[in-house]
Write a protein that binds this ligand. Sequence first.
Ligand SMILES: Nc1nc2c(ncn2[C@@H]2O[C@H](COP(=O)(O)O)[C@@H](O)[C@H]2O)c(=O)[nH]1
Ligand SMILES: [Mn+2]
Ligand SMILES: [Mn+2]
Length: 291
Amino acid sequence: MHTSSQGPIVTPRTRIHTNYSVPSRKKTITDMGELSLSDAYTPKLVDGPPHPGKGWTRFVCISDTHSNIYTVPKGDVLLHAGDLSSWGSKAQLKQTVDWIASLEGFQVKILVGGNHDLCLDGNWGTSYSGGSGTSYEEQEHEEAMALITSEEVLEKGVRYLCHEQLDFTTKEGRKWVIYGSPAAPVYALGAFQYKNSKEAEEIYQCIPDDAEILLTHTPPHNILDKTRKGKAAGCQVLKSVLDSGRLRKLRLHVFGHIHEAHGAEVRKNGTAEVNAAVAWGGQPIIVDLKN
Ligand SMILES: Nc1nc2c(ncn2[C@@H]2O[C@H](COP(=O)(O)O)[C@@H](O)[C@H]2O)c(=O)[nH]1
Ligand SMILES: [Mn+2]
Ligand SMILES: [Mn+2]
């Protein structure tokens, strides 16, 4: 396994930058109107370490932005592993979607939800309120779906995945197969959570055998999933799927959720595992994959 606390992780087909000299300041844009930094600061796109050039695709990975906006490095593909909003209202989601849509230069920007993104989970109102979701929640869900899949947002390259596959082709003609899921093991109340292994198996068996990139909200068990108290909070079923050898083409797995476990490592089989949570000070993680 290759890990790094300082410089890039380098293997023949993968280069990962977790620490690089770019400011990673955020601007809080919650609907409370609070600004954690000066109003004059405008989050922007910045140059990261040099792009490896032709024949490589640069993925910029973020997660757990929770209705804040961040400075991010330029790249070919943006991946966001969920917890888009602070607490799941459509207004909070819109702030994040507008920000992601505004980021120029990415050929595609792929998002999944997370346990905070209540308005994206059509079952949330019914799952946790005795089987009778309120009409308010149903309306929020419909409006949130309309927002995140609108023509305007699609035109800006935003693609929202909810237990689904997307095949996309870069300008260089490299087709990548990605699968995205917002799910995570149950912990307190939240969206897209499963209660047991059976539910988890039903979810993760849908990952296609030929997936090259996997975007999940939860980490796999024992990989970049340690809480501050030292608990390995990642999903055991997801880890079993990764260990099974079924996903033999998998090059990159991006997740977040456990904010304190930000970082990256490359497994013996070559798969890059990336916890891209930026909520508690982690930088966006840059992953360059040879085509
Ligand atoms: N022991 C566990 N801690 C968890 C789990 N899921 C989340 N967390 C902790 O909460 C924060 C924030 O997560 P969020 O989803 O509310 O943004 C995370 O960094 C952990 O410290 C869990 O399953 N077990
Ligand atoms: Mn989070
Ligand atoms: Mn989460």
